[in-house]
Every structure is written in C-alpha cells, then in structure tokens.
Design a protein around this ligand. Sequence first.
Ligand SMILES: CC(C)(COP(=O)(O)OP(=O)(O)OC[C@H]1O[C@@H](n2cnc3c(N)ncnc32)[C@H](O)[C@@H]1OP(=O)(O)O)[C@@H](O)C(=O)NCCC(=O)NCCS
Length: 321
Amino acid sequence: MTGRHPADLVDLVEATPTGRQLWLRGAGRSLYPLLRSGDSVRVLRCAPEALARGDVALVRVGRQLIAHVVLSARPLVTASLLGGKDPVGVPLGRITALRRGAWILPLPRLARPTLFLGQRLLSGLWTRPRARGLFRQLRDFTVAGWSRPLRRRMLGRPEVRLLREGDLDALLVFAGEQLLVPSAFLRQQLLGRWARESGALGAAAGAFAKRGRMCGFAYLDDYREEGLALEGLWVRSLVVAPRARRMGVAYQLIGCLVEEARRQGADRVFADIDEDNFASLRTFRRAGFQASSSELTQRVNAEWSASGGVKPLVVLERAVE
Ligand SMILES: CC(C)(COP(=O)(O)OP(=O)(O)OC[C@H]1O[C@@H](n2cnc3c(N)ncnc32)[C@H](O)[C@@H]1OP(=O)(O)O)[C@@H](O)C(=O)NCCC(=O)NCCS
C-alpha cells in the first residue's frame, strides 16, 4: 500500500495577493509526462466561472483528484496532456505552478494558448503508434539496461544502509522528488522511532549515491500508524529513483530491512504490492518472498478497500531465519 498515510497530501498553504494557494501532492501524474508521481501542484481555489480554455484545473472525479487541461470552460471539459476527455467532475481550483524537487514551473494565464495547443498536438500524436514508440524509448532511457553503464558512472556504487537522524534532509529531498509519503510523517517517524534504539520496532533504509544524494528508500513498520488491524512488520514505500533502477538497489534495500527485522527479533516480514506492479512483484519474489495465505491476503484487501484503496493487492512474506 503506497498511497495511504496518516497525514494528508497538502504540503504548505501560502497566502498570496491573488488568494490562498496550497501545494498538493498526489495529483502529480495527471499531467504526465510533464509531471511524475511525487511531484506537486500549487492550487488556487476559484469558482468554476473563473476557469478558461488552456488553464490547468484541479478536478475531483469520483474519489480521484486530477489536474488536467481545460479544453472548454462552459460546459467544463478537461483532458490529460496525452489522452482523451475526462468524465465530468467537480472543479476545485486552478493550478498556478508545478514543482519537482527544488524546480518550480509557474503556470501564468499567459501560458493558456500554449497549453491548449500543446494538449491538442500531443494528444493527436499520441494516437499514432510510431510517435508513441519514439516517446517510450526516450522515456525509458533512465531505466533501460543499455543506459546502465552510463548511469553507474554518474551515480557511483550506491551505499545502502539504515537511516540515521542526520539523514533527515536527504530523505526529505528524496521524498519531495519520488514519494507520496508526506514529509511531516517521515520526519516524525525517523526522529521519533526509526532512528532510535528505543525498543520500538521498525526502521528505514536508504541508498546513497555520490555526494550523499539519496536514490532509494524503503521502511519497515507495522500498520498501527494507519489504524489498520494488521500485525507484523511490513516493507513499505519501496522506491528507487529512475536513474538508479535495474542496478540491484531494491534488492539491497530489502536485504538491509530483513536483516534489521532479524536483529529486532521478528520471525517474518511481509509486503503488499499492487497486483499489476510487475517490477515490484518480481523484485520481492527474487528477494525470497512467497505468497502469503489466502486468509491474510483477503484480510489485507478488506482493510485496504475499507481505507479507500482501489487496486487489489498481492501479499507476500518471507521467513527471517
Ligand atoms: C520496483 C522497484 C523498487 C525496483 O527497483 P530496482 O532497484 O530497479 O530493482 P533491482 O535492480 O533491485 O531489481 C530487482 C529485480 O526486479 C527486476 N526488475 C526491476 N525493475 C524491473 C522492470 N521494470 N521490469 C522487469 N523487471 C524488473 C530486476 O531485473 C531484478 O530481477 P533479476 O535479478 O531477475 O534481474 C523500482 O522499479 C521502483 O522504484 N518502482 C516504482 C515504485 C514502486 O513501484 N515501488 C514498489 C511499491 S510496492
């Protein structure tokens, strides 16, 4: 389960001359490929009438928040950058900036014609198989096998170890770029529990590349913080930055946490993974995890859907000898 955490996804509320704006994560993949998961959008609350063609609107569709380009203001029609029109939703505001890590891209109203024409052009190209193939090759550069030697030289050999209090800044930078987990939650857990020898179970592991930049993260914890009735220690929020993928970093992070679980006296470690996340399923299986009982799988899925989860989860576990 990667999307549910005790704090919400609002990072910061700021007052500006144009009204109250807030930074929000979780709608980040909406403008793909301009935005990726973990990125944030700045939202200005406004009435639906204030939206115009070419704006990026924050819209609630069912239980989902999406940030999509406005194709028509009356009636409101929105669409993703590459795709077709969305089902009708409830407009909540206008996106005024995008953020990835320290990089912020303002979206002034002057950008409306560019965004509208860009959406028309890209969504048209996206229907052509050759253009899609070319785009996929460019997109996969960072994770492809053939780019690995180059990426290895850029990154060096990542060091994988348990996180300490002094790693907080590196963790928050990584979280801003790659994780959907709110920074307040990470700060509280790292300083209050994971980095403490206080007898509390749980730990966090990180992979560090050149100059101490974090390129991978996972933590080991129970589900008490989320109020779910699931016992045992679970590997949570495993994420490797695209530039460090297919180099064995996830294996090492899992290995580090399993070793720590053994030190803390656990006899078993669990993981729950979206059923269509083949890379993650393969990683855990190759790291020695096997399917849990159907009883536990059903229980996890029942807890998950009661807390708002949509996709079915596969539950895996590994004995800690
Ligand atoms: C899943 C993820 C953590 C794997 O990280 P990684 O560091 O690239 O994985 P590793 O290099 O340690 O590889 C582990 C195994 O998975 C395989 N694998 C990794 N990514 C793969 C992919 N995209 N397609 C197919 N196999 C893949 C590797 O080949 C390797 O198996 P092998 O030893 O048989 O070759 C990474 O892709 C990621 O961060 N994904 C996005 C976040 C996510 O989905 N997290 C999981 C939440 S449960």
